[in-house]
Unconditional design. Structure first.
Length: 216
């Protein structure tokens, strides 16, 4: 089955349904982990001519957006390597990653996609939220450990997984969906397993910086 969207242009007007939605899903899911990496890498791939970006995503390949996303990517790369700073960064970006993931997923289909664009937006936002919650929960739990190596290892894993999943969505959509399903299962299990550690961290912070401590 193919979807024919006139607004996509000759290079991307006819895309296999699986291929089209794999791109939208990858953009949404990866935004929950590394939003600025997604914006920069997608825009760079379009600017270099590696992939034909749909009109809804072509803004990402403009020099201004590329420059801004490169700066934010650098800041995120560094912040994600520092214990506690990474959790603060995740907290601030709770209100950014999820709507951005929805917008990027919708942009993969374009305005002429009609109701399909809404479906893509809902899917992208849900995947971004799932990835973001799993990442924030896992990193907050890891931050309870005094050693920095697990934090750094998880951060480097995220740096590698995001471009890999984006590449799979463009080149091997079937393989991407298998990998995405496995990632979602792992994320759900980690979120449930480590939630108690996050609650413990919250109680520790409340004991140290709560009103009772401040008044003392």
């Amino acid at each position: 089955m193919d979807l024919n969207f006139p607004g996509l242009g000759p290079a991307t007007a006819r895309l296999d349904t699986t291929h089209l939605f794999s791109i939208a899903a990858a953009l949404g899911w990866a935004s929950g982990l590394r939003l600025y990496a997604v914006v920069f890498l997608t825009g760079l791939a379009g600017w270099l001519g590696w992939v034909p970006l749909p009109p809804g995503l072509q803004l990402l390949q403009s020099p201004v957006v590329l420059g801004a996303s490169a700066l934010m990517l650098s800041a995120e790369f560094l912040a994600d390597k520092i214990p506690l700073v990474d959790s603060l960064w995740d907290t601030v970006h709770t209100v950014i990653r999820i709507p951005a993931g929805a917008a990027l997923a919708a942009g993969a289909l374009g305005a002429d996609a009609g109701s399909w664009q809404l479906v893509a937006a809902l899917m992208g936002g849900t995947l971004a939220a799932t990835a973001h919650v799993a990442k924030a929960t896992t990193r907050a739990a890891v931050n309870t450990s005094p050693e920095p190596f697990s934090n750094l290892g998880l951060s480097l894993l995220g740096d590698a997984v995001v471009p890999t999943m984006l590449w799979l969505s463009w080149t091997h959509p079937g393989v991407f969906f298998v990998a995405l399903a496995a990632a979602l299962v792992i994320m759900a299990a980690l979120t449930l397993l480590l939630f108690k550690f996050v609650r413990r961290l919250g109680r520790t912070l409340q004991d140290r910086f709560g009103p009772a401590r401040a008044s003392a």
